[in-house]
Design a binder for this molecule. Structure first.
Ligand SMILES: Nc1ncnc2c1ncn2[C@@H]1O[C@H](COP(=O)(O)OP(=O)(O)OP(=O)(O)O)[C@@H](O)[C@H]1O
Ligand SMILES: [Mg+2]
Length: 505
């Protein structure tokens, strides 16, 4: 149909302006509002609403309404639902230029009642699927929607759908992050301790019980399981949270150095002790003291620590006086302290004092069901300024689930950090996962995928080769009769190799 150039140019111009606007909006609700307003403005309509098909329920929901009451629309007689259903069904624009004279609608109650004049219903289509509709109409004004305007709406609806789908995606991720946060924080308020497995829930439940008391807590767990994290969580959720939290690593430190750190010293206590110095226990007064790798303490230091626990007293090195300290002791070890006690390297009385409550933090391989939520959390935590990773591919997740994580969550954290850097786009794929993790997985997968028969055949061949193909010896080693061996050789099609050499034996 021939159209005058100016009209066409006008349509294009409006379209261009509209696309500029909606492209700049990422927020889902704001976007829908804007789409509605642009439609009303460009087409000079009086009323309008925008409905979106809800993915999950498959129901239409009115998201925006202008000069309508959102809540009443679907059952309302104020509008021509006939046109809405028609547009939904056919996926085509429904234009009624003059409702009163249109034979399709003239019987409709709504038109009769409300004096509708022109109605336009535009389906929002994505790949031939209707995901929503825009409805506009005019009543009192003389306005009738023109063909150019319909053309504008056709093109505009296409742009709008793309923006809506994009915003939906962003929106669902934002919601997901929010629910993730809620999910996490609702778990006993230990916001950074992620894990919903039974084993982690048990740990969190225990934590919940110990935070409000002063009892010493011993954290036992492999490296990277979160002992440091949990020690901090106990302190910062406890009544002592406004006082100091001091950590001292006890492994591989010379005894006097460690003791002067912990207990302080007086001037002249040893060469180099030029002034009095306060120790860390005193500095932590009123707060919490975290002794990391407590299993490495020397026996002399253990004795001094026992005094802190029993009498709440310390003595600075070289001093003659005791000082009172009020500290809560949390200790951690990746050794089994009980074994150290049996070996005689750890004082039994100290052990019992430290482990008034013992919390064993399970290794990640024993709670692999926590891996997906941890991965989600770590991506969220580690996404850099320029990265916006949204998740991991199924294949990559499968690889992460297969691996045994000897370095536990610290190792997982490193792998995710690495993958975020490597990722080409928004999703972490198997190519972004470090080789070692995949290799172990492959070796293992290959190993476990062998049929029992193949393993048996291979084993027989190996034993034969190791014993110069002597069947007698092989049968002996395998613990089977010579007859059974012969049977198996036949079954597995093992050549009577080196027959001669066997006969010679
Ligand atoms: N449940 C968890 N949820 C979230 N992050 C965790 C969790 N457990 C550990 N992490 C993170 O993993 C890393 C290692 O944890 P942490 O340093 O507390 O382990 P650790 O048991 O003290 O290890 P090590 O024995 O080697 O000192 C930290 O960055 C910590 O924040
Ligand atoms: Mg630690």
């Amino acid at each position: 149909m021939a159209k005058s150039l100016p009209e066409n140019v006008k349509v294009l111009k409006s379209l261009y302006e509209a696309s500029e606007v909606i492209n700049s909006i990422r927020d889902y609700n704001e976007l829908l509002e804007k789409i509605m307003d642009i439609t009303l403005n460009v087409l000079e309509a009086e009323r309008g609403f925008l409905m979106i098909l809800e993915d999950k329920k498959g129901e239409m929901k009115v998201e925006v309404a202008r000069n309508f009451h959102k809540e009443n629309i679907i059952n309302s007689k104020e509008i021509s639902m006939t046109s809405v259903y028609k547009a939904l069904q056919d996926g085509e624009i429904v234009l009624t230029s003059d409702a009163k004279t249109d034979p399709r609608f003239s019987q409709s109650q709504s038109i009769a009642l409300y004096n509708l004049r022109s109605i336009l219903v535009v389906p929002l289509k994505r790949l031939n699927r209707v995901i929503g509709v825009i409805y506009i109409d005019t009543q009192t004004s003389k306005k009738i929607f023109s063909e150019e305007e319909v053309e504008f709406m056709n093109a505009f609806a296409n742009l709008a759908v793309l923006s809506i789908e994009n915003a939906k995606l962003t929106n669902s991720l934002a919601i997901e992050n929010l629910t993730l946060k809620k999910e996490i924080s609702s778990l006993y308020n230990f916001e950074d301790i992620i894990g919903t497995s039974k084993k982690m829930r048990d740990v969190l439940r225990l934590l919940e019980k110990v935070i409000n008391s002063d009892v010493p807590v011993l954290l036992e767990g492999e490296s990277g399981t979160g002992k440091g994290l949990i020690a901090r969580a106990i302190h910062f959720n406890s009544p002592r949270k406004d006082k100091k939290f001091i950590t001292q690593y006890c492994g591989a430190l010379p005894e006097t150095l460690l003791e002067s750190e912990l207990f302080g010293y007086v001037k002249g206590a040893f060469t180099g002790a030029l002034t009095d110095k306060m120790g860390l226990f005193e500095a932590a007064d009123g707060g919490t003291f975290f002794l990391d790798e407590v299993g490495d303490l020397s026996v002399s230091t253990q004795t001094k620590l026992l005094r802190v626990l029993q009498e709440h007293k310390i003595r600075r090195l070289g001093d003659t006086e005791d000082r009172n300290v009020d500290v809560r002791i949390i200790s951690a070890t990746n050794k089994i302290l009980e074994d150290e006690v049996k070996k005689g390297t750890f004082r039994e009385d100290l052990f019992y004092r430290l482990k008034v409550v013992k919390i064993v933090i399970p290794p990640l391989r024993e709670r692999k069901e926590d891996i997906p939520i941890l991965v989600k959390y770590l991506i969220h935590k580690l996404n850099g300024k320029n990265k916006n990773i949204e998740g991991v591919s199924n294949e990559a997740m499968a690889a992460l689930l297969k691996y045994d994580w000897p370095g536990n969550i610290r190792e997982l954290e490193n792998v995710i950090q690495h993958a975020i850097v490597m990722a080409q786009n928004d999703i972490i794929t198997i190519d972004d996962i470090p080789e070692e993790i995949l290799n172990k997985r492959m070796i293992r997968r290959e190993f476990y995928s062998k049929r029992l028969k193949d393993v048996e055949r291979e084993h027989i061949l190996n034993v034969l080769a190791d014993n110069d193909y002597s069947r007698k010896k092989t049968a002996e080693i395998l613990g089977i009769s010579l007859r059974t061996l012969h049977y198996k050789l036949k079954e597995y099609n093992i050549e009577r190799k080196n027959e001669k050499s066997e006969e010679e034996k």
